[in-house]
Design a binder for this molecule. Structure first.
Ligand SMILES: Cc1cc2nc3c(=O)[nH]c(=O)nc-3n(C[C@H](O)[C@H](O)[C@H](O)COP(=O)(O)OP(=O)(O)OC[C@H]3O[C@@H](n4cnc5c(N)ncnc54)[C@H](O)[C@@H]3O)c2cc1C
Length: 249
């Protein structure tokens, strides 16, 4: 615990590349630098990147106060990254602070953490629901369209590709039902009423409410959202055999 507290104090007081607090307001919630998470409270990072749940310290037989996960960067396991430690500290400070982690006192740094800039277009005011700039055959998908995340990028890329195919082969466009998880993300990303658009992962918060208005536990609500989305998507896939059925192509 003492080591953890000292580490958090060093992490939160270290010199950052972004110097002013107001500059942190544009940071993407799901990719917060470790020091920003740590600033939320002494235990914040112990419930995130440094969560010790499921681990037993062989020296004490007890759960450690906090832990970091090292993920191999190469097949030979000669380099590791600190999972969940996006950071905005200056390079000398990264060396000083991360070497405070027990076991990393003598770590060599082959690459420092840097902030990445997320460049995206104002999709709600530029794209239609097929991911196209109206009046052109140009489509955007993935990160640059603000549909953020691995799966979201693949899925929105597929939607854009299918619609490009529809364009080239004079088929009807494919629009996804907004009750499906990707459909509601696309809906959000292409809704001109959205102001100050920011990249978004799929999440239950943007799903349209369940029609029956019944009160449910969170678990049951999410299960109902999932079932509704699955049914809607299966219907679309069935109805659009001209796009999804290999034999019809
Ligand atoms: C640090 C970090 C952590 C992340 N963690 C997660 C995570 O845990 N889970 C998750 O779901 N998502 C995560 N993401 C987000 C996820 O990586 C992206 O949303 C996703 O990879 C976007 O895919 P994309 O194909 O749209 O774009 P990218 O993967 O960015 O691909 C764009 C490609 O275009 C290339 N390119 C750019 N300009 C040109 C040009 N002019 N000519 C030719 N090629 C060009 C680039 O080199 C790049 O290869 C993370 C992102 C970052 C930066």
């Amino acid at each position: 615990k003492d080591e953890y507290v000292a580490f958090i104090e060093a992490l939160t007081s270290a010199e950052r590349v972004i110097m002013k607090d107001f500059e942190t307001r544009d940071l993407f919630q799901a990719c917060q630098p470790a020091e920003e998470v740590a600033r939320k409270g002494i235990d914040a990072i112990r419930f995130g990147a440094m969560k010790p749940v499921g681990l037993t310290d062989p020296r004490t037989g007890r759960r450690p106060w906090a832990a970091v996960q090292l993920r191999a960067e190469n097949r030979d396991c000669t380099a590791y990254n600190l999972v969940g430690f996006q950071t905005n500290l200056t390079f000398p400070e990264q060396k000083r602070v991360f070497r405070m982690i027990p076991g990393l006192e003598h770590a060599e740094f082959s690459r420092f953490g840097v902030m990445h800039r997320n460049t995206f277009i104002d999709s709600p005011h530029l794209l239609d629901k097929t991911m196209r700039i109206p009046g052109t055959k140009v489509r955007f998908a993935g990160q640059i369209a603000g549909t953020e995340g691995y799966t979201e990028a693949i899925a929105s890329g597929l939607l854009a590709a299918l619609n490009t195919f529809a364009d080239l082969s004079s088929r009807d466009y494919l629009e996804l039902p907004n009750t499906s998880v990707l459909g509601c993300l696309i809906d959000y990303a292409t809704d001109p009423a959205v102001e100050d658009y920011q990249p978004m992962h799929v999440n239950f918060g943007i799903m349209p409410p369940l029609e029956d208005g019944r009160r449910r536990s969170k678990r049951d609500r999410y299960a109902a959202y999932s079932q509704r989305g699955k049914d809607a998507l299966e219907r679309v896939i069935r109805d659009r055999g001209d796009l999804f059925d290999r034999n019809a192509l």
